[in-house]
Ligand binder design. Sequence first.
Ligand SMILES: [Zn+2]
Length: 418
Amino acid sequence: MHPQGHQGAGWRPAPQQAPDWGAEAIAVGLALANPQLPLSSWVEFPSGRLLFSLPCYSCTAAPKIWLPASGFCVPLITHWPQHPAEDSVPIWIVLRFFHTCLSRAAAEMAASCRIKPLSRVAVCGGTHGNEMSGIYLAKHWLRDPMELQRGSFTVTPFLGNPRAIEKCVRYVGRDLNRTFTTEFLSSAEAEDEPYEVVLAREINQTYGPKGSAQAFDFMFDLHNTTASMGICLIVDSEESLLPMHMCHYIQMHYTRSPCPIYLYKLPGEETYSINSVAKAGLALELGPQPQQVVRADLFTQMRDLIACALDFIELFNKGTVFPAFEIDAYKITGCMDYPRYPDGEISAMVHPKLQDKNFLPLNPRDPIFQTFSGEEILYEGNTTIYPAFINEAAYYEKKVAFAMMEEHTFSIPGLQRE
Ligand SMILES: [Zn+2]
């Protein structure tokens, strides 16, 4: 980064013993309120200098406030509509500056967590052998790995379940993506155990072991759903700091479609997914796409989302400080089974009014099922929930008509590299 602006802009506050972030915010705001201030300018302030630059070094589309003395660095990118005029700073930038950034800067810096830079990242396609976007993407990257590479870390694509991919089925013996628990990973080898249990142990040896210092730093896992989910970002819980920051970054930079966050782990439950063998992970779930089919639109979205996420890791590794934020996410509370006859067969279908309404509110007494004789079955819960994976083909065998979620707003602390 090479600041090209001039120093001072004729403004210098009285020196102070310790940074007073409130006063600093006002002082810097006043300085920036000068409509003649060029866009790449240094402004002196009590604990250092502020660089207001456009474009910034980490994101060519967004301006950024950088406070060198503290290391605080925040992009001004929330709902950024257009580049402002070339030669001046509009007053509304100053307002955004106040409301979005500096009013919380000191607290965010104090609270930001430090994590080691990431050196080894894996991308898995075909954990389920009939979800074709991830399978063809992983095969594409295995032929041409350069597309995944960034400067500061390595990316290893791989196929999760080769035997299931060959047969174009979800799994051969049991669902691989429910097999990364202590029970299976630590079980003794047995002759009659499912193929996926053997496979899970191999994957754990290569990319884990789960919970160990040797594990890969991050794993992406690529899935498709037959449900109309659009793009869904799946994280184990809101406590996973790096993945939550990655989701936030994706939501701000991949703006062509909404990217809701699905927190899949029930309280007290052990993580069981393939990316849980790495130190952190993110699963992408894109739909609707029929099993065994690849759609170019979803394939392209998935490819772009991974590129965006890898850009985030590159920025993190290079020292960008990601400030604290608040974010909405959906947290699973349980699953709804289909109504059934006494012999176990389903007796109703997802109601037409619920079909395709993923992530939309479902209120008490709303219809959820329609029996084969045409009767409505209503939701009997007491509170509004947000369903997902509505009528997912692979979940009939799991006795899941849809997942039930609550919407929450979470406060995520800031993040920077060690
Ligand atoms: Zn899947």
